[in-house]
Write a protein that binds this ligand. Structure first.
Ligand code: CP
Ligand code: NVA
Length: 304
């Protein structure tokens, strides 16, 4: 049994399969072709933080595969009333076939997975957001072909998305240019990457964007860090992706943002709403790649 708790839980050949499979699944969805590979299977979704895209993409995706979903939050389940996570895992995994969790510390999802009878998927933790980077790389491939050897500029917080990009670069063979304000750097140990070979650190965000094939950013204050919002607003003012940064990128550079976005904070409206931006494809692709992921975790490689 496989879990998907961080990006490095799958190998490069497994990603190659998933990207091809997601393209097939997307094509079938667009052409109204039935694709019921998880008929009668149930996905449990546990949300300890808010969500729009993750909820809709997993929920719609599971129904499209012929299955159904159970939606739980901290507020409406015993999770919020101190039932041990291990006990919740034992019970939920006896009644469902696969579980998606959005929570705080990575250790919480690891404890759940250790006591689960079924595959567990990380739908975002403080440390990682693997489903998002899975969708982002699929989106890159759709628009520009292979990401191998390319350069991705990360502008902003050294957060869950930044950590996940570092793991993806290490595994799939591309480079990340990381620029964060002082005090918000990525930590190689937390990111869980073997070496610093696949990323370079820049103090100036414009320099990080030079020659980049993809420029990407995220909110200045992630969920769970709201108490730091005022300090962060001040620290991050120079880490707003601008038209000048996009112009410094390689010809045809793409802009991505996992969303939700704050125009005028981490990105200028003319960038996210402009010609480089592929953010809506990126959001839609969450559903297609996650359908491929759920299928793979439950049934392995399929030919049908
Ligand atoms: N990008 C993303 O995970 O969005 P939600 O928080 O809306 O799920
Ligand atoms: N880094 C953000 C991503 C939201 C999808 C957060 O954790 O809130």
């Amino acid at each position: 049994m496989k879990h998907y708790l961080q990006f490095k839980d799958l190998s490069a050949p497994e990603y190659a399969y998933l990207f091809a499979r997601a393209a097939l699944i997307k094509h079938k969805f667009k052409t109204y072709e039935k694709h019921h590979t998880l008929l009668d299977r149930t996905l449990a979704m546990i949300f300890e933080k808010a969500s729009t895209r993750t909820r809709v993409s997993f929920e719609a995706g599971m129904y499209q595969l012929g299955g159904s979903v159970v939606h739980l939050t901290t507020g409406d389940s015993q999770l919020g009333r101190a039932e041990p996570i291990e006990d919740s895992a034992r019970v939920i995994s006896r009644m469902t076939d696969i579980v998606m969790i959005r929570t705080f510390e990575q250790t919480k999802i690891e404890r759940f997975a250790a006591h689960s009878r079924v595959p567990v998927i990380n739908g975002l933790t403080n440390e990682f957001h693997p489903c998002q980077v899975l969708a982002d790389i699929f989106t890159y491939i759709e628009h520009r072909g292979s990401i191998v050897g390319k350069t991705v500029a990360w502008v902003g917080d050294g957060n869950n998305m930044a950590n996940t990009w570092l793991q993806a670069a290490d595994l799939l063979g591309f480079t990340v240019h990381v620029s964060t304000p002082r005090g918000y750097e990525v930590d190689q140990a937390i990111a869980g990457v073997r070496s610093a070979d696949s990323y370079r650190v820049f103090t100036d965000p414009l320099q990080a964007c030079r020659g980049a094939d993809l420029v990407t950013t995220d909110v200045w204050t992630s969920m769970g860090f709201e108490a730091e919002n005022a300090t962060r607003l001040q620290a991050f003012t120079s880490w707003r992706v601008s038209a000048a940064m996009m112009a410094a990128g390689a010809p045809g550079a793409l802009f991505m943002h996992c969303l939700p976005a704050h125009r005028g904070e981490e990105v200028d409206a003319e960038v996210i709403d402009g010609p480089h931006s592929v953010v809506w494809d990126e959001a839609e692709n969450r559903m297609h790649v996650q359908k491929a992921l759920m299928e793979y975790l439950l049934r392995g490689k399929l030919k049908e």
